[in-house]
Ligand binder design. Structure first.
Ligand SMILES: Nc1ncnc2c1ncn2[C@@H]1O[C@H](COP(=O)(O)OP(=O)(O)O)[C@@H](O)[C@H]1O
Ligand SMILES: [Mg+2]
Length: 141
């Protein structure tokens, strides 16, 4: 996956397309942490991943739900948003430890809320705003 970065992406549509190409590199058990401000394009990228894994419906930020499970994806895609969480105990309360054992791909928006909860080896994508779009870079947790 690392070889796809860094990359500049100049439209929301291209963000989705890039998500679809990322999906081809993801396997069940993989964790993708998407780090970027509000409006960075984290959900757009997730939409592209979900579409490539078979989802036909829209993906929305699970800001209030905290987590959405897309069972129409193969592998199943589990989409978190930690924006509204204040303490790691809240994450444990929704079953984080069990999610880590699931036969699924996990995507997390706002992983920087609790970096200590991201397992070593997870894929981390940093998204920065540019005047003309976004710049995406890769790191491993
Ligand atoms: N690479 C991009 N270039 C331009 N606009 C983008 C890009 N990626 C996303 N957007 C737009 O930015 C807005 C926020 O995207 P969204 O995915 O909801 O952000 P986040 O989930 O990070 O808050 C949307 O209107 C989307 O269409
Ligand atoms: Mg979002």
């Amino acid at each position: 996956m690392q070889q796809l970065f860094p990359i500049e992406i100049h439209s929301a549509e291209a963000m989705k397309d890039f998500g679809s190409s990322l999906a081809k590199q993801l396997r069940s058990g993989d964790i993708l942490a998407l780090i970027g401000d509000l409006g960075a394009g984290k959900t757009q990228l997730t939409q592209g991943i979900a579409s490539a894994l078979g989802r036909t419906d829209a993906v929305t930020s699970p800001t209030f739900a905290l987590v959405n499970e897309y069972k129409d994806c193969a592998p199943e895609l589990i989409h978190f948003d930690w924006y509204r969480m204040e303490r790691p105990e809240e994450l444990l309360a929704i079953g984080w430890e069990d999610y880590l054992e699931r036969d699924a791909i996990l995507v997390i928006e706002w992983p920087d809320r609790f970096p200590e909860m991201i397992p070593a080896g997870s894929h981390c994508i940093h998204i920065e705003h540019l005047e003309s779009g976004r710049r995406l870079s890769y790191a491993q947790a």
